[in-house]
Design a binder for this molecule. Structure first.
Ligand code: IPD
Ligand code: CA
Ligand code: CA
Ligand code: CA
Length: 311
């Protein structure tokens, strides 16, 4: 059937409670994994997974399945286990049980459960919960974004006006990620871009053109939330999957942030892709005509343009 704004509010309450329950399991898992050191590798030695990634996904998938039997489900660990449903117009939950697994196994407290909902191929709801820092972010299409902590809920809304101190990206704090794809072309493109952003003159940067700094939070979802909160001016990454971005996209958009990617949508369920989120005037300037460009090419070009003053 048709999803109304009131349906979305009900789903938000349900998924918020579920995210908190999943957060409890993540906290329990953190103690267990830090004590045992039991970590497995997926495609290479930096692509990590634990039994808790799988257990949290099972909890979330089963709970959603009981209350929303007609909704489809996409999740990182189900996908890894061979369940790869195509993205349709049907309501589809899109879940990353532990976003920031590397942080999780190292005890670095930027870790979250990310629950998104896609409807007619568009992300419409997102709940991201970091149980270590007690930060719960929500976003519902057309209904705003919130940061909820023990001491209350705060609506998050980026100022509409372009902040004067952010006339160009060289005044910005930028979120970047190394990711787990360390194959030649990817790591070369990222290395080149990061050096340029950091102001390496050998990377063709003109004097004074360097970002205030670069940050790697280690969680795609939390990067979106930090853009929503205004702590990051831009987040970009090559190699995101739908479960990395679905919930975060809604939260950042509802806070007034702007999202882009290359021609292939980041919600394409076949391949990983690049994504860009941030203050609108920065992203719009940076993306140029990326609609017609693909992945790494678009990234390389937009990095070259990063330092030009944003009009
Ligand atoms: C990863 C994290 C990381 C990002 C990677 C993701 P995972 O997700 O979000 O920050 O750089 O692209 O795969 O594997 O921890 O769920
Ligand atoms: Ca993973
Ligand atoms: Ca992830
Ligand atoms: Ca994950």
């Amino acid at each position: 059937g048709h999803l109304t704004p009131s349906d979305l509010r009900d789903i938000l309450s349900f998924t918020t409670a579920l995210a908190r329950a999943a957060g409890e399991l993540i906290l329990e898992g953190s103690d267990a994994i830090l004590a045992s050191g039991t970590v497995d590798e997926k495609k290479n030695s930096v692509d990590l997974v634990t039994e808790y990634d799988v257990r949290v996904e099972e909890l979330v998938k089963d709970t959603l399945g009981k209350s929303y039997p007609l909704f489809k489900f996409i999740g990182e660990e189900s996908y890894a286990a061979g369940s790869r449903p195509a993205l349709t117009d049907e309501p589809t939950f899109c879940v990353d049980p532990i976003d920031g697994t590397t942080n999780f196994v190292h005890g670095f407290p930027h870790v979250c459960i990310s629950i998104g909902l896609i409807y007619q191929k568009v992300p419409v709801l997102g709940v991201v919960y970091n149980p270590f820092l007690d930060q719960l972010y929500t976003g519902v299409k057309g209904q705003g974004a919130y940061l909820i902590r023990k001491n209350g809920a705060l609506r998050i809304q980026l100022p509409l006006a372009k902040p004067t101190h952010l006339a160009s990206l060289s005044k910005g704090l930028l979120g970047i990620e190394w990711g787990s794809d360390r194959s030649g072309p990817i790591i070369e493109a990222k290395g080149e871009s990061f050096k340029r952003l950091a102001g390496d003159p050998k990377a063709g940067v003109e004097k004074g053109q360097m970002a205030h700094s670069l940050r790697s939070l280690g969680s795609a979802a939390l990067n979106f939330c930090m853009v929503a909160q205004g702590g990051l001016d831009l987040y970009w990454e090559i190699g995101c999957w739908p479960w990395d971005v679905c919930a975060g996209i809604v939260i950042a958009q509802e806070a007034g942030g702007f999202i882009s990617g290359s021609k292939t949508s980041p919600l394409n369920n076949i391949a990983s892709d690049d994504v860009l989120a941030g203050r609108k005037h920065i992203v719009v300037r940076a993306i140029g005509d990326s609609e017609t460009e693909k992945g790494v090419d678009a990234q390389k070009r937009l990095i070259k343009e990063f330092y030009e003053t944003v009009e």
